[in-house]
Design a protein. Structure first.
Length: 577
């Protein structure tokens, strides 16, 4: 990595010390270690947890006054990539990723090299706006010049498979390994979170979940189903001779130097076993609260709450609402050298440096209850519990929060105000919940408006009419003014501006790219505590919280719709849940 940095080591040392992420002694120790192991100093510092690679390049970019872009997290547009030929990409070590009129945004490994910029400008005939990226990010994107993933999959699918019984008796070499590799790489490049392989009566369908939406991608002949499942089982170290019970496992695969972890679930189904593979990218490890969708107001509340040395922080919401990612983002803030952080998860989603992570193993008798009891003997300052599922886990978690530990966990309730009654239902005493619970965060995921094709509009009369059947728009308008979501000058919803995406190559015509959280945060104030002690309903608790200024999930969503971050359709889909 050291050879690819656009600044000298001396300058890097100055930048890191000035940013107060390391001390001079830290640099000296890392330098000694790097020389002994023949590695880059920055690599050693990353290993030791002082910062991650993204933060390093953001610091370098700030010093050079050049923005950083991670191309692995950017949905690449083939028409933009074609602005540069393969030879120029290799020579300038540059990747074009966005065109805006006569300007083109280009990611460089060395963005201060004038010769490289001149080379790209000559090739594109556009004004070049340089960005900085790292070598891994460049290598990842440059693979798109080598081959078209869709064409590769089509070519593999064109391979002749045995179709008839007579053909099946003939030994045929089925390129199962190549098919799986192509599917995994395609999912990685399309930034899919999940891959579904499902057996139908006449085909095997492969679907990707991209930005929360399932999309059919490939159909394979039924004759390859068993071999496909068997290969995945081998990769995940599962039993290939077991077809009647569910199995879970994981494996890793590499694209060039980039390694991805995959979580595998196999279940028996009517037409053959169904496989679900979740791509465990490292994105969540590096995410900040701002990346997730927290507003400044939310961040201010969370900063105040996580500084408390003990108590409970709960994140609630349905499955797939981003609860675990939020917990990891909070752990990233709390993860300093002076604390001992222990987790018990089911399963471990991502590895976090300097955090002691353990995984539930029911067969071995290591469940959340036993695991939590064991963790409490490990002198922890902070404990993260994957989920509070039962009364025993709830009781131990609350008492841990009461006796000097900061406990983070998730709970399945629809809103933040539903968490205290849920804990009471699990048998936790009201006074324990009231005195231990610091804050409850409820969230959902909505799709972001694609910034490449965003446009503004105002609600039509028909849209206002439909909306008014579901909501009291006048009451909602006054509530938004009170919360400073909109200015007092607006007299009706017809005057408000909302946003949509037209659909473009960057978002595959959907008008959306990636997702963000909409959320509500319930702080355990004196009035809320009083309600909890008196076994108040979630509705009563929510009313008090709203009086004290809590912005609900729906209100947060509407605020983000007015800011152009998501659409009113996405927000309304949450309200109708």
């Amino acid at each position: 990595m050291a050879a690819t940095l656009p600044i000298s080591l001396e300058k890097l040392k100055e930048v890191l010390i000035k940013a107060k992420v390391i001390s001079a002694q830290d640099w000296k120790d890392a330098e000694h270690n790097a020389n002994r192991r023949r590695r880059g100093i920055e690599e050693v510092l990353i290993e030791r947890g002082f910062f991650n690679e993204r933060y390093l390049y953001e610091l370098i970019g700030d010093n050079l006054k050049i923005p950083y872009v991670n191309l692995r997290k950017y949905k690449m547009d083939m028409t933009v990539l074609q602005e540069l030929d393969d030879e120029t990409v290799r020579q300038a070590r540059a990747i074009p990723f966005e065109v805006k009129g006569k300007k083109i945004n280009v990611a460089f490994i060395d963005p201060i090299n004038e010769e490289n910029i001149a080379l790209v400008k000559k090739a594109t005939k556009k004004t070049v706006v340089p960005y900085i990226t790292n070598y891994k990010s460049y290598r990842f994107a440059s693979r798109l010049y080598k081959k078209d993933m869709k064409a590769e999959i089509t070519k593999i699918l064109a391979t002749k498979f045995p179709q008839t019984e007579a053909e099946k008796t003939v030994k045929a070499e089925v390129p199962i390994i190549k098919i799986i590799d192509a599917i995994l790489e395609a999912a990685m490049f399309e930034q899919a979170s999940d891959i579904h392989i499902e057996a139908l009566p006449d085909a095997v369908v492969v679907r990707f979940r991209v930005d929360g939406e399932l999309q059919d991608k490939i159909e394979l002949p039924t004759t390859v189903h068993d071999a496909l499942v068997a290969r995945i089982k081998i990769l995940a170290n599962l039993r290939t001779d077991e077809h009647r019970v569910p199995q879970d496992g994981r494996f890793s695969f590499k694209v060039d130097e980039e390694e991805e972890s995959v979580r595998v679930s196999v279940i028996p189904a009517f037409y053959g076993e169904k496989v679900e593979m979740r791509l465990m990218t490292d994105e969540a490890q590096d995410m900040t609260l701002s990346d997730i969708g927290f507003t400044d107001r939310h961040i201010e509340i969370m900063d105040r709450q996580i500084k408390k040395p003990f108590g409970m922080i709960l994140v609630v919401g349905p499955t797939g609402s981003g609860k675990t990612t939020t917990l990891y983002a909070v752990l990233n803030i709390l993860n300093t050298e002076d604390v001992n952080i222990c987790t018990i998860e089911d399963p471990i989603e991502y590895g976090i440096n300097r955090v002691n992570q353990t995984q539930v193993n029911i067969k071995a008798g290591y469940d959340f209850v036993n695991g939590l009891r064991a963790l409490l003997r490990q002198d922890p300052d902070i404990i993260m519990i994957g989920e509070i599922r039962d009364s025993d886990t709830a009781q131990i978690s609350v008492r841990a929060g009461l006796t000097g530990h900061l406990v983070l966990s998730t709970l399945h309730t629809n809103n933040a105000a539903g968490a205290p009654p849920r804990l009471l239902d699990m048998g936790v005493e009201p006074y324990l919940v009231a005195s231990t619970l610091n804050v409850v965060l409820a969230q959902r995921l909505v799709r972001r408006v694609c910034q490449g094709c965003i446009y503004s509009y105002m609600l039509s009369k028909d849209e206002l009419k439909v909306l008014s059947k579901e909501f009291n728009l006048e009451e909602m308008l006054e509530r938004f003014k009170k919360l400073n979501i909109i200015e007092d000058k607006f007299k009706s919803f017809a005057e408000l501006t909302f946003y949509r995406g037209k659909g473009c190559d960057q978002c595959n015509g959907t008008g959306y790219r990636k997702r963000l959280s909409v959320l509500e945060i319930l702080e355990n104030t004196d009035r809320v505590q009083h309600k909890i002690i008196n076994n108040a309903s979630s509705g009563d608790i929510e009313d008090i919280a709203k009086e004290e200024g809590m912005i609900t999930i729906f209100e947060d969503g509407m605020q983000k719709a007015l800011m152009g971050m998501t659409t009113i359709d996405e927000v309304l889909s949450i309200k109708r849940e």
